[in-house]
Design a protein around this ligand. Structure first.
Ligand code: F6P
Length: 532
């Protein structure tokens, strides 16, 4: 039995989870798959193929500071999920070089070796002009596609000039990927909505490539998508891939329905595939996860324990308060305003909690050149001031806001001090903060308050699930979470830990690459036959 068969066997034996139907029923005694198993699957797929991951955001940013160059790990669920995979096979990662000192860190081929983990990999940086960044990243990606796909009442902004820039930047990424591959075989693994045109561009240049695209954010229904002026071109771009992944089946359904409404294609609903121009794209749900063992170990490290002390001192924690914790990018989809309102209402309805509860909110600045993000920052500051002013006394403040790029150690420490972790997204593809929190709570304590509108809610049935638009209900859920008995907290956390332990990020990768192996003969046959 080869490694792939062994892994498949293990997964069948485990009754591997159907991501569309909630939590799985795995036996707690099965060993979870790991980096080595994933590497074996990828190597088995094609021994000589390189793995090239492509995304807009780079996993390491070099920033110039007064005291030298600092390496920053950006706040990104996508990076949390993808990095263990590229490390597992020592692949190449192509991404936008966005840091002020990025050019200083690379070699003559614009490459930088990312070490520091279990194994290293190459980061190839793509340089964008300020105008390109404006049109492609702030413009099409984050002012048009982001609100279009999340549907949270932020109106998408469309501009033809920005769309042209978006197309040009996708072409730039295409050139960099082709350069990295040379004449070799490769599996190209593309991430997210910044690079929707890349699969088709690569397919046209190299019909033999194996192309996987993963869309980390929701996909809207056809009615919402129909306002997208360049919808056909975007869909055609995505349909250049062999395999297209979303976190949940619902988003796969929305995508296939959108194709059905918008472009000439043959849809096979049994196989869940789309034929355009004779070649198929298979559409599948793969719920992403985290490196459970790594996070679980890191969470109890000495630096994290020290950081816990520092955080408690910084917020003048006197031991009387239970901590509610939020860890987010400052983004209007995360439901931060709704969360603040619920915490405010909690104190109004339960005044006995005065001095006994504090919300520690870590907020990483994000996309600050987009007006909606700047407005959110201002709204949040004003609301925090107002709420604190109404509730505080000489020795206690209800909300402690730590704005800034918090490093991994700080995030781990924040998870440790949380009695309740709040994930209140209005809409979210997955939300890896929720899974990371669970992996980090080795003490099997802490409650996860989780929005129903995250992909994670489909799996984490033991979280206290809320509708973040319903502030009253969220307030009551918060009170219930705060007053939950220790035994129940533990039972829920133990079950959630088992689920994330088994369905870790390596299993996610293995599912993608074993699926790729399963569809390969069908894709080849369709190419040979010149269509279906
Ligand atoms: O997961 C969605 C996503 O947009 C990623 O592509 C991205 O890295 C992350 O959120 C953070 O956003 P940004 O890269 O714009 O800071």
């Amino acid at each position: 039995m080869n490694e792939i068969e062994r892994v498949k066997d293990l997964m069948t034996e485990a009754g591997s989870v159907d991501p569309t139907v909630g939590s799985g029923t795995l036996s707690p005694h099965l060993p979870p798959v790991d980096a080595a198993a994933l590497a074996a699957v990828i190597r088995g797929l094609s021994r000589d193929s390189k793995l090239v991951v492509v995304s807009n955001r780079e996993p390491v940013i070099h920033e110039a500071r007064d005291d030298g160059v600092r390496e920053i790990r950006p706040a990104s669920g996508m990076i949390t999920g993808i990095e263990p995979i590229v490390r597992a096979v020592s692949g190449t990662w192509v991404a936008h070089g966005s840091g002020s000192a990025d050019r200083r860190a690379v070699d003559t081929n614009d490459r930088f070796t990312v070490s520091g983990g279990r194994s290293s990999y190459a980061l190839r940086r793509v340089w964008l002009t300020r105008q390109e960044e404006q049109g492609y990243y702030y413009g099409v990606a984050n002012s048009a596609l982001w609100p279009l796909c999340h549907i949270v009442y932020a109106r998408p902004q469309f501009s033809r000039r920005q769309w042209e820039t978006y197309r040009r930047v996708n072409e730039k990424f295409c050139a960099a990927v082709l350069e990295e591959i040379g004449s070799e075989d490769a599996i190209v693994f593309i991430q997210d909505y910044h690079l929707a045109l890349l699969p088709r561009l690569l397919r046209q240049a190299r019909p033999d490539l194996t192309i996987v695209m993963f869309w980390h954010i929701p996909w809207p229904n056809p009615e919402a998508f129909r306002i997208m002026p360049w919808g056909e071109e975007l869909l055609d771009g995505l349909l250049g891939s062999d395999l297209l992944g979303f976190h949940i089946q619902y988003h796969c359904n929305n995508f296939v329905d959108t194709v059905d409404h918008r472009v000439e294609a043959r849809i096979d609903r049994e196989q869940f595939s789309v034929f355009r121009g004779g070649t198929p794209t298979y559409v599948r749900p793969f719920p992403i996860s985290v490196d459970f063992e790594q996070v679980s170990d890191d969470a109890v490290s000495v630096p994290v324990r020290h950081r816990v002390e520092e955080i408690l001192a910084a917020i003048e924690h006197d031991g009387r308060q239970q901590l509610l914790v939020g860890v987010d990018r400052l983004d209007y989809t995360k439901g931060i305003i709704e969360r603040l309102r619920a915490v405010d209402r909690l104190l109004l309805e339960y005044p006995e909690l005065r001095g006994r509860v504090t919300l520690l909110q870590l907020a990483a600045p994000s996309r600050t050149h987009v007006e909606a993000y700047r407005r959110l920052g201002q709204e949040m500051d004003a609301l925090v001031d107002d709420i604190n002013w109404r509730h505080q006394d000489d020795t206690w403040q209800l909300i402690r806001l730590l704005r800034g790029h918090h490093d991994y150690t700080t995030v781990m420490a924040a998870y440790q001090v949380a009695r309740v972790l709040l994930v209140t997204s209005l809409h979210d593809g997955m939300n890896l903060v929720a899974k990371e929190f669970v992996a980090a709570r080795r003490d099997e304590d802490g409650v996860l308050l989780l929005s129903k509108y995250t992909g994670a809610a489909r799996e984490l049935a033991d979280a206290v699930q809320v509708n973040p638009f319903d502030i009253d209900a969220m307030t009551q859920a918060l009170y219930g979470a705060l007053t939950m008995e220790a035994a129940e907290r533990r039972e829920r956390m133990v079950r959630m830990r088992e689920l994330v332990r088994t369905h870790n990020v390596y299993e996610w990768g293995i599912k993608i690459f074993t699926e790729l192996q399963a569809i390969q003969p069908l894709v080849r046959a369709a190419r040979r036959g010149g269509g279906a």
